[in-house]
Structure formats: C-alpha cells, structure tokens
Design a protein around this ligand. Structure first.
Ligand code: TTP
Ligand code: MG
Length: 578
C-alpha cells in the first residue's frame, strides 16, 4: 500500500492540526462530569446558589469551547477527507488511463469501476473516521479512567473489572462478524455485476425474452446479499445488548456501593453521578474504537484492491529517448511477427512478414477469427508483438513515443464507439482544432454529411451514450469521419463499412481514393468489391499469411481468395444484374 505515502506526505500537517482540536474536544468532554459533580455536591446539596451559577457558567464555557472545537475540526476533517478522496480517485483514473489493453483485460468486468468508486469511498471514510474519533476515543477512554481514579480510587476498581470484559466482548464481536461483512461486500459486488450486465445487455435480454433467467440471477444475488446481511446483523444484535448489559451491571454495582458510601457519609451523590458519566464515556469510546476497527478492516481490504491497480506495471514499456517521428512517410513493415494474447497459449498470429509502402492501399481478407483485427491492433501498439519486429519507416514501434506513434495513425475500429456529446464534438475527437469546414469535408468523404444535415439539429444533434440514437451504418460513417479529420499518415479501417449499403460504400471508396493520396491505408473488408480496389491484398488464414498480391495475381494463385471471390460475385452479379 505504498500509494498511501503520497497522501500522507500531503496531509500530515492538517492531520496534526485536527488532532490538536480533537484533544481539546476530548478534554472538554472529560471536564464536564467533574464540574457537574461539584455543582451537585457543593452547590445543590449545600444550597449555595452562587456556586451553582458560578460553576454553571464555567460548565457552559467548557461546552462552548468543546462545540467550537468540534465544529472547526469537523470542517477541516471533512475538507481533508473529501480532497483526499478526490485526489485518490483522480490518480487512480490517470493510472487506469495509462493502462494497455493487456492491463485492462486483467481486471475482469466491473471491478475497476468498483475500485474507483466504492473502494475509494471506503478508504476515504476511514480517513475521515480517523480524524473524528480515532484519537478522541482513546483519550476519552484513558482520560475517563484517570478522572474516575482521581474521584474515588476504590470505586475505580469496578471499572478495571468491567472494561476488560467489554473489551473481550467487542473483540469477539469483531472476530465473529468480520467474515460476514466480507461476505456482504462480495455479495454486493456480485449484485452490482448482475445489474450492470443486465443493463448493458438489456436489448438482447428483451429480444431473447430472457427475463426469467435474469430475474433468477438477480434473485440469487439479492438473496445472497440478504442472507449475508442478516447473519452479520444477527451477530451484531446479539453482542450489542450484551455490552449494554455489562455496562448496566457495572452501573448497578456503582450505585449499590455508592449508596452504601453515601449512607455512611464517605462519598457524595454528585461524585457517583460523575462516576457513572465517566463509565458511559468509557463505554462510548470503546464502542467507537470497535467501529473504527471495523472501518479499518474494510478500508484495508479496499486499500489493497486499490493498491493492486497502482501496482499494475504498464505492459507497454516506453523508452526514455524515443526516436523522432516527425518526418514519417508511413511505410509499415512486419518481420516474422508472432503474437499471442497474454493468458492464452495459442498464437493468434504466426510468422507474419510483409511491407506496406508509403501511400499504398493494402487490404486484408480472411475468415472470421483469422486474426485480422489482432494484426492491425499491433500497429498502434494496442498490444506488443510477442516476437519479431514491427517497424514504421525503419523505426521499430517500440522505439517510438506512444503518443507520437498514435498521433500519426488513425483507426476506425471494428466495433464503433461514439461518446455522449453532439456529432460535431464526436468528429472533432480526430482534431480538436479543426474548423467547421474541415469537419464537414471529412463528413462528406465518409458520406455522413447528408444524413447529418437531415437531422433537425444537424451537427449539434446530441448522441445518446454510445450513439444509441443512430443506426449502425450511420455510426460507422461518423467514426470514419472522425478518423479522416485526423489527417493521419497511416489510416487503418477495420471492417468499417460493413453496415453501410453498397451504393454508399462505393461513394465512400471513391472519396477515400482522392483523400488518401499520401496516406498509407490498411483496411479489412469482407466485400470483394471493396477489396479489389487495394494495391495489394493479404489473405490471412488461421493467423498466417496464405497469399499476398494484387487482385489479378490472387485470382490466379490463391484458392482461398478465389473461393471468396466466387462466393460473393455470384451474389453480387445477381444483385446488380451483371
Ligand atoms: P480477431 O483478430 O478478432 O479475428 P478477426 O478480426 O479476423 O475476426 P472478425 O472477422 O470476426 O473480426 O481474433 C483472432 C483470435 O484472437 C480469435 O480466436 C479471438 C482471439 N482474440 C482474443 O483472444 N482477444 C482479443 O482481444 C481479440 C480481439 C481476439
Ligand atoms: Mg476483426
């Protein structure tokens, strides 16, 4: 949990200030019962009204000082803990942003989100708790004990008998209930997971009428959470009354012994009341300490989960003095590249070697799962090659600065991803400083301009999360416009017109040809009409290059390519009546 050191360095001074306030607050609390006993014994019992007023004034003053202290301390501690939480969340988010795909894949499902939210809150709560009760409780406990001894040493013996018993009960309570609280946390995690999965897949759930199944899943998780919570609460509900019982027994003993002492004149009533007050303060502080302890255990588990994120070493190493990429022309070279996803045994790409010259248009075809997406993901270093070399203009991509490398590449991913905001903002991801004309030009090439203009709000049309209010083909075209606006040296299209009709695709192709004059373009496509436009075509089969060449060459010497061609042309001939 080294990551906490940073925040300790930042906040220790404020923490000390809080501690001073806390100590003053505790001292005020400790003085009150004694002052009260004096009022009762020397004022009320002796019928000395002046004394009552005088001491009453002092008591009021002590209370006011205590309250002012508490308020100030509360303001500081709330601010500090909130700031700490904000900073911790921010740092975590930054760390997660620096993650490679490999790193992210290691954290399954929603756990990164839970860590960023719930876990940070747990640690933050503990930090706040430390500034509220952590030091005050021991001071109150020990202080009350000292005050009680000063009041009447023989009676203080009762406390010395009662406190260890309470200590022991609290210890048992924590020991027995802690595992249940861990279970509650796990059940909660699971419930979140089911809920999130349902919400993200709600369309499919509805389409397949899987409500009953989802309901069952939810019911199981929900019941688990209920059971764990009930058992946890049961333990707490047994122990809390036992603690109260013990303390009340103590009070009974004090009253009994006190009664005898008052009767024989060796002790005054006020002192007994003060004594009981100190006893309850001790109880209160012990219970507080047990709360802090539970909070500590939960925060510790959370801090460990957060620490795991911070400890993740980025699987993409960056070198200290990266090569200059300013004059990159866009030649791409794969040299004996093998690639295996981490955690998997089978290589996805085997011995891939090819060169794509600057300005060339290279197509990749192959059946689903043949490794096309995996191959192009290596170019912007979404993943690192397992062995072999991947060079751009004779420079190994590992020698480049990641940001600079990704600046020269634009990619239209297979799975379109748009973000909340309007269309203009989404396209401008490609280039924040682009003018409206440039955005429109890019949209025109991507054949998006027309449909965007048909919306009532045109380019300022708001997109729902992930662009839910657009059709698949519309999303793809906006995603393409976004990449084109970047004016990259290397453009990568992963099946990015698969949801666009053939006529529109033809238009996009013609626009791209003009646009791409000085741009290297690698694209993956399924339709032969699209592929044959490329300067060269790679036929990928089961992670290996089975053939490479122009359309004409492949028609002569690649059986796989011929198969693809005939299977489609038959269909397209029919469609076009050729
Ligand atoms: P892909 O490279 O995704 O195959 P593809 O792009 O050729 O297929 P499609 O036409 O359907 O888009 O996958 C190749 C293999 O790698 C496949 O067996 C799944 C596996 N794989 C992973 O294990 N992890 C990943 O993140 C990806 C993308 C693929
Ligand atoms: Mg793919």
């Amino acid at each position: 949990m080294d990551f906490l050191k940073k925040y300790i360095r930042i906040y220790w001074k404020k923490y000390i200030i809080v501690l001073i306030f806390l100590t003053l607050e505790a001292i005020c609390d400790l003085l009150q019962p004694t002052i009260m006993s004096k009022i009762i014994d020397n004022g009320v019992a002796a019928k000395n009204l002046n004394y009552v007023f005088h001491m009453g004034g002092i008591m009021l003053l002590v209370t006011v000082i205590g309250a002012v202290n508490a308020a100030t301390r509360n303001i500081i501690s709330s601010r500090v803990s909130q700031k700490f939480g904000t900073e911790l969340r921010g740092d975590l988010f930054k760390k997660v942003q620096s993650f490679s795909f490999d790193n992210i894949n290691k954290f399954q499902g929603a756990t990164l989100i839970t860590r960023l939210t719930n876990d940070v809150t747990q640690v933050q709560n503990f930090a706040h708790g430390m500034m509220r009760i952590f030091v005050k409780a021991p001071i109150l406990c020990i202080g009350s004990l000292i005050m009680a001894v000063l009041l009447n040493p023989p009676m203080a013996l009762i406390l010395i008998g009662v406190i260890p018993v309470i200590f022991f009960i609290i210890y048992l309570n924590v020991r027995i209930s802690y595992p249940f609280f861990v279970k509650i946390q796990i059940a909660l995690d699971k419930l979140n997971e089911v809920m999130r999965e349902y919400l993200s897949g709600v369309r499919v759930v509805k389409a397949f009428n899987r409500f009953a199944y989802e309901l069952d899943e939810f019911k199981i998780s929900n019941d688990n959470l209920t059971n764990a919570s009930i058992t946890g609460m049961k333990v707490v509900s047994i122990f809390n009354p036992i603690i109260t019982l013990v303390i009340n027994l103590g009070i009974v003993v004090i009253l009994w012994m006190g009664g005898i002492k008052v009767n024989n004149g060796s002790m005054q009533v006020g002192k007994i009341i003060a004594f009981i007050n100190y006893m309850t303060q001790i109880l209160f502080s012990l219970v507080m300490m047990s709360h802090v302890f539970t909070m500590f255990i939960r925060a510790k588990a959370s801090a460990e989960r957060i620490g795991e994120v911070f400890d993740q070493e980025n699987s993409l190493r960056e070198i200290d003095s990266p090569a200059d990429v300013k004059n990159i022309k866009g030649k791409i070279e794969f040299k004996n590249v093998d690639f295996t996803y981490s955690g998997s045994l089978n290589p996805v790409l085997k011995n891939i070697s090819f060169v794509c010259n600057p300005g060339e248009m290279l197509a990749i075809v192959g059946s689903t799962g043949s490794g096309k997406t995996s191959l192009i993901n290596l170019i912007p270093r979404f993943y690192d090659v397992t062995s072999g070399e991947l060079k751009i203009d004779e420079i190994n991509v590992n020698m480049m600065n990641l940001k600079e490398l990704r600046d020269i590449i634009a990619i239209v991913p297979q799975k379109t991803m748009l973000f909340s905001g309007n269309i203009l903002e989404n396209i401008k991801w490609g280039n924040e400083n682009a003018s409206v004309e440039e955005v429109q030009d890019a949209a025109k090439i991507a054949q998006a301009h027309e449909f965007i203009m048909s919306f009532p709000e045109k380019y300022t049309t708001q997109l729902g999360q992930g662009g839910v209010n657009l059709s698949g083909g519309q999303k793809q075209r906006i995603s393409l416009a976004r990449a084109l606006l970047k004016k990259p040296k290397i453009l990568i299209l992963d099946d990015s017109t698969s949801a666009v009709d053939m006529t529109t695709e033809g238009k996009i192709r013609r626009g791209l040809k003009l646009y791409l004059k000085n741009t290297t373009c690698i694209f993956i496509a399924q339709r032969i009409t699209t592929i044959r436009e490329a300067n060269r075509i790679i036929v990928l089969d089961n992670g290996m290059i089975s053939a490479i060449g122009t359309h004409e060459e492949l028609m002569k010497n690649s059986d796989i390519y011929k198969d693809i061609y005939y299977s489609q042309m038959g269909r397209e001939d029919a469609e076009y009546g050729k």
